[in-house]
Write a protein that binds this ligand. Sequence first.
Ligand code: NAP
Length: 285
Amino acid sequence: MAMRIDGKAISAQIREELKAECAAFVAETGVLPGLAVIIVGEDPASQVYVRNKKKGCEEVGFFSDGYELPADTTQEELNALVDRLNADERIHGILVQLPLPKHLNETEVLLRIDPSKDVDAFHPYNVGKIMIGDYSFLPCTPAGVMALLERSGIEIAGKKCVVIGRSNIVGKPMSMLLLHANGTVTVCHSKTRDLAAVTREADILVVAIGRADFVTADMVKPGAVVIDVGMNRRADGKLTGDVDFASVEPVASAITPVPGGVGPMTITMLLKNTLTAAKLASLKK
Ligand code: NAP
C-alpha cells in the first residue's frame, strides 16, 4: 500500500516555519510583509480562495489587503488599482484572482503587475526566469508539488517524470521544475498517443488535467510516486482528484490524496513568495 503524502501536515509545518521567518524579518526590518488580493465579480469558488488567502496571511503574521470589485469593473479601473498597488510600499505581493469576467483582458492585467510583486509568478518576466532556472518566485502549485516531494524524501534526480497537462499555471512550469531537479521529463496532453504506455514508464507521475478519476491503476507503474493536482467537484459536491485513488493507491509507492494533498500547499507557497518579495524589496532600500 502506498505512503499517503499528507499535504495538510506538510503545509502546516511550512506555515510554522514561515511564521517564525516572518517574525524574525519584522524584528530586523520593522516591515510587515503585505499581500494584496484583487477579486472581480462574485464567483463563489474564487471567493473561497480569496478568503483562505486572507486567513493564511493572518496565520503567518502578514498584512493583507483585499479588494472585492463589482463584476462590471472596467479595464481602466482594474489597471488603475494595479498601478496604485505597484506603487504602495506596504504591499509586496499582488494577486489578481483568475478567471476574470470575460470583458476584462487577463493578459493586460498580469503584464501590468510589477514583476517584483508578482507572487503568482505569471508575468512573462518571471516565467522566463523560471525557464532559465534563475528565479525569485515559483508558481504556487508546482512549487507546492516540489515541496511535497522534497519533504517526503522522494529523490527526483535521474527519475523518469511524466506530467499530464501543459497549462501555463501547472503543467508547463511543473515540467520545468522537475527538469531543474534533474528528472528526465515527458509532458503529455490531450493529443498524446497511447497515453497509458507513456504514463506506465513514469517513476514520478504528476497529473494536472481537470478530469475526475482519469488516471487508473493500469496507467501506473508498480512502485511509482503519483501526485494528483486535479480538483474536481462531483455531482454530490465532494472534491475529487484526477487520479482514481482507490485503484491507484495499492499500485503506487506514494500518492497524494484529494483533498489533503497538493491543494493545501498552493496558498502556503503564495505566502512563501510574499515573504520572499518583502525580503527582496527590503534589500533594495
Ligand atoms: P487546464 O488549463 O484545463 O489544462 C488541462 C491540461 O490537461 C491541458 O494541457 C490538456 O491538454 C490536458 N488534458 C485534458 N484532457 C486530457 C486527456 N484526456 N489526456 C491527456 N491530457 C489531457 O487545467 P489546469 O489549470 O492546468 O488545471 C488542471 C487541474 O488541476 C484542474 O483540476 C484544476 O482544478 C487543478 N488545479 C489545482 C490546483 C491546486 O491548488 N491543487 C491549482 C491549479 C489547478 P491540451 O493542452 O492538449 O488541451
